[in-house]
Design a protein around this ligand. Structure first.
Ligand code: SAM
Length: 281
């Protein structure tokens, strides 16, 4: 299995946030994920617009999870806790747990996210593929734009099944390749993976839909929905490219190349941004 580390871009983001970078705070100070626009044509390219779109992405995931008051929710790979903060603001009587491999991100999450009255929020350091939680302790497990960093998708699904109660839901947002892209991604990894990992850390976006379906079946989940929201996320690329590239300093070209490749294969419809939901059998 690949080593389990926090992705290097998280360190870059944290350094800038600690330095008082207001623009980056609007981009990735709360959520570190793509935005969602009902109509991409309406996006205006501003950071305020992006912030609202990143919040709306959370609501798409909550809908897929059929979230209700009173639920126990685990956010695996929780970043700075923005998804749980959004959830806390909308639902009452919920118990929220954020799990992250990175102690520094968790420090910020603990400072930023306070539970509303009647709710509880806890942040825990650990690997999503070896979760430090008892069996059947959650109604919902979320993995928002992070499963591609986990060292082993199957191990994560097994762990999610273990910590979910029967009938509980697993909701994942991921970059899902069309089958023909998979060998090209493998080749790209052989050629440029070592360089790309300096910016993005370990990334595996080589799980097409049939593989997800087989994985769910194997690990005791029922596939509930596969929602392609690519078109709703496209305005993200311009904003992230503009904001992140200069902040990578010596690695700016690497960061730009990675983002442009991702955008290109997405616009060619070889890679889709999807929300996948599963029910624990
Ligand atoms: C793109 S960020 C998404 C953060 C958050 N889900 C959000 O939407 O704001 C990926 C996150 O996955 C976390 N991560 C990476 N590998 C992990 C692992 N093995 N276990 C837990 N978290 C991990 C990273 O530290 C980072 O916070």
């Amino acid at each position: 299995m690949p080593p389990v580390h926090a992705p290097p871009y998280a360190r870059v983001i944290l350094e800038h946030l600690h330095g008082g970078d207001e623009g980056l705070n609007q981009l990735f100070g709360r959520h570190i994920h793509w935005g969602w626009w009902a109509d991409g044509q309406q996006a205006d390219g501003t950071l305020t617009d992006f912030e609202a779109a990143a919040d709306r992405m959370c609501h798409q995931l909550f809908e897929a999870a059929a979230l209700r008051e009173g639920m126990h929710v685990l956010d695996a790979g929780c970043g700075f806790g923005g998804t749980l903060a959004t959830l806390d603001a909308r639902y009452r009587d919920v118990s929220l747990t954020g799990l992250n491999i990175d102690a520094r991100q968790l420090e910020r999450a603990r400072q930023q996210v306070r539970a509303s009255p009647g709710n509880a929020v806890t942040f825990v350091e650990g690997d999503a593929c070896a979760m430090p939680f008892p069996d059947a302790s959650f109604d919902v497990v979320l993995a928002v734009e992070c499963i591609f960093h986990f060292p082993d998708r199957q191990r994560f699904f097994e762990e999610a099944r273990r910590v979910l109660r029967p009938g509980g839901r697993l909701v994942v947002s991921d970059f899902v390749p069309r089958r023909p892209l998979v060998p090209a991604l493998a080749a790209q990894d052989v050629l440029f993976g070592a360089y790309q990992r300096r910016v993005s850390g370990y990334v595996d976006i080589r799980c097409p839909l049939p593989r997800y379906r087989a994985l769910a079946q194997r690990t005791g989940f029922l596939s509930l929905a596969e929602r392609d929201i690519t078109a709703n996320t496209l305005p993200t690329y311009g904003v992230v490219r503009r904001m992140m590239t200069p902040r990578f300093g010596a690695q700016a070209a690497l960061s730009l190349a990675g983002l442009m490749t991702l955008e290109l294969v997405t616009r060619l419809d070889l890679l889709r941004y999807m929300i996948l939901s599963f029910s624990r059998r």
